[in-house]
Design a protein around this ligand. Structure first.
Ligand code: AMP
Ligand code: MG
Length: 339
């Protein structure tokens, strides 16, 4: 059984194919990179609509399959930017009508967790999801994935992007900042903002900008920003693990590509005696393969929807959708497919 997944929540258009054992047969991705500034949702959506036909062709040919080999088409239903989500959902609806296949809505945040869970082999991990628009600590409980903590303002990636863009970098700024940080000394003490299991980055942003405006070297500011922001993320992930008594942590989201974050999380994990897994960078960033794999789980528990119920939901919360495949794995009753 093979499934096709379509991702288009924000800057990335991606089409992936996986099989029933979560082997990634293909993943064709094209990221919208604005010439300057941040993402304009409409322009990103236009980009996605333009590249989807080519990505689809590439995903099928890389996987060496055609439509008749597929058992369903999954798409990111939310959360994300409305115009971008609609571009992907429109492709998915068109394909299921033409190919007469089930249409499988997937929550984007749950997909980050599920691809990391299957690749790690962990049973019941906590996810530290650190991406552009989202920063959350997520874990399973009572039929759904629950958000234990999250950012109260900017996503950590958006925060890094904004800081780097202010210094003349183009989007995405996180990797640029990482290169600067490697050359720098984390010598500045910056606002550290953790509230229970929530974090906030706006104070850190203002303080870093003020330092830069006063002529502080960007390398040292970048290194100090990384150490501060990633310490905050480690602290809330650790608190979630302790609170739930869990011993497995997975990473997801584009910021999880960052070497310093990975090293700091690994250090915390060693100290706590827990296991940690970060997917390869291509599966940390937004990608169609994670949507295809989560679509496989949705399909296996009766979660296909008619076209009339396939509207995208830009504000869809992680705990708004059920995860009946997890209940079945735990040996309990299967709750209704979707709320
Ligand atoms: P996503 O939204 O999950 O696809 O992730 C995109 C975000 O990840 C953007 O904000 C990027 O700047 C950020 N990002 C990607 N690679 C890195 C990196 N190596 N270090 C820090 N941030 C990164
Ligand atoms: Mg994401």
């Amino acid at each position: 059984m093979k499934l096709l997944g379509i991702e288009s929540t924000a800057h990335t258009a991606s089409v992936g194919v996986v099989d029933e054992e979560a082997r990634v047969l293909s993943c064709a991705t094209d990221m919208y990179r604005p010439p300057q500034g941040g993402i304009h949702p409409r322009e990103a959506a236009n980009h996605h609509a333009e590249v989807f036909p080519g990505l689809l062709e590439k995903a099928l040919s890389d996987a060496r399959i055609d439509a008749s080999d597929l058992s369903g088409v999954a798409f990111s239903q939310g959360p994300g930017l409305g115009p971008c989500l609609r571009a992907g959902a429109t492709v998915a609806r068109t394909l299921v009508q033409a190919w007469e296949l089930p249409l499988l809505p997937v929550n984007h945040c749950v997909a980050h967790l599920e691809i990391a869970r299957i690749m790690s082999g962990f049973e019941d991990p906590v996810l530290l999801y650190a991406s552009g628009g989202n920063t959350q600590v997520i874990a399973y409980g009572h039929g759904r994935y629950r958000v234990l903590g999250e950012t109260l303002d900017l996503g950590v990636g958006n925060f890094l992007d904004k800081l780097a863009l202010g210094l003349g970098a183009t989007f995405p700024g996180g990797p640029v900042l990482e290169r600067w940080a490697k050359e720098g000394n984390p010598r500045y003490e910056l606002p550290y903002s953790v509230h229970g299991m929530d974090v906030s980055f706006s104070g850190l942003f203002t303080a870093a900008r003020t330092l830069l405006n006063r002529g502080a070297p960007r390398e040292d500011v970048a290194a100090s920003v990384e150490v501060t922001a990633y310490s905050m993320l480690c602290e809330v992930a650790e608190r979630a693990l302790a609170h739930l008594g869990r011993s497995e942590l997975v990473l997801g989201g584009g910021v999880a590509c960052n070497r310093r974050l990975r090293a700091m999380v690994e250090g915390m994990a060693r100290a706590r005696g827990i296991r940690v897994y970060a997917p390869p960078p291509a599966l940390c960033v937004d990608n169609g393969a994670m949507i295809a794999w989560t679509g496989t789980l949705v399909n296996g528990t009766g979660g296909a929807v008619p076209l009339s119920e396939s509207a995208v939901d830009p504000r869809q919360r992680t705990d708004q959708v059920t995860a009946p495949w997890r209940v079945r794995l735990a040996g309990g009753a299967v709750p209704p497919g979707r709320p």
